[in-house]
Design a protein around this ligand. Structure first.
Ligand code: NAP
Length: 243
């Protein structure tokens, strides 16, 4: 049985990704930072419902120590990592001139450095086996830039650069590295938006609806299980909001 490690998987898009891989017969590592109860509940559902083995691992992936803990405990649990999904992230809406050093550092470490830290721990194992897939979750705002989200947009654009460069470096080792850019997806991350704002965003989207976590999970499953010829790519899952 293959193994998928998903960061920030207790809820939202990460949880949908965990469910997709479990349904597809993967063993699943559900990483969480603060959402211990939700992670445990999801783990139980996966173990009870799907042909999988799931475990929860607490780790703050915005730190090198947290990334090391996640990968070493994943390998202790299952002895293998076939797919790594770097999904953990935070968002914040602020005028550019109000962004503090702390806001900036927190945004970059959680959304961008985490991808570097976790890949740095997992890649030597994948290279030694000459096999693996990495899928990084960026954002439409990394592609287009989001007003009042300069630090978020910068971090998400960084993920796209990291993905392309790492894909080239790891291709000879039979490891794919791809990136998914969700559009507006209904999760806790949008909790600061009013229902009117969300309705306006849905109306602006050519398919006339907001995305679901499953919309993103389907794309991640495709990239994480592709035959190896799709690498270094950025796949928009945005209902046509940016084409
Ligand atoms: P969400 O429901 O708020 O989930 C975010 C997840 O990230 C949580 O499970 C959280 O874990 C985890 N996380 C945050 N900091 C972490 C850390 N230091 N270490 C480990 N895990 C951490 O948001 P979401 O919408 O599902 O977002 C998932 C990803 O999609 C993010 O990268 C986000 O930027 C991206 N995205 C979302 C949208 C959207 O419209 N929703 C659009 C584009 C891109 P805990 O709760 O356990 O702390």
């Amino acid at each position: 049985m293959k193994t998928a490690v998903i960061t920030g998987a207790a809820k939202g898009i990460g949880a949908a990704i965990a469910i997709s891989f479990a349904k597809a017969g993967f063993r699943v590592v559900i990483n969480y930072n603060k959402s211990q109860e939700r992670a445990a509940a999801l783990c139980k559902i996966l173990n009870d419902t799907y042909p999988t083995e799931a475990v929860c691992i607490q780790a703050d992936v915005s730190t090198p120590q947290g990334a090391k803990k996640l990968i070493s405990e994943s390998l202790s649990a299952f002895g293998d990592i076939d797919v790594l999904v770097n999904n953990a992230g935070i968002a914040q809406q602020k005028l550019f001139t109000d962004i503090t050093d702390e806001d900036w550092n927190n945004m970059i470490s959680t959304n961008l450095s985490s991808v570097f830290y976790v890949c740095r721990e997992a890649v030597p194992f994948m290279v030694s086996r000459k096999q693996g897939s990495i899928v990084n979750i960026s954002s439409i705002w990394g592609e287009t830039g989001g007003s009042c989200e300069v630090h978020y947009s910068a971090a998400k654009a960084g993920i796209m650069g990291l993905t392309k460069a790492l894909a080239k470096e790891l291709a000879p080792s039979n490891i794919t590295v791809n990136c998914v850019c969700p559009g507006v997806i209904r999760t806790d991350m949008l909790s600061s938006f009013s229902e009117e704002d969300l309705a306006a965003l849905a109306e602006e989207t050519p398919v006339m609806r907001l995305g679901t976590p499953k919309d993103v999970a389907d794309a991640v499953l495709f990239l994480g299980t592709n035959s190896g010829f799709v690498t270094g790519q950025t796949l928009g899952v945005n209902g046509g909001l940016y084409v």
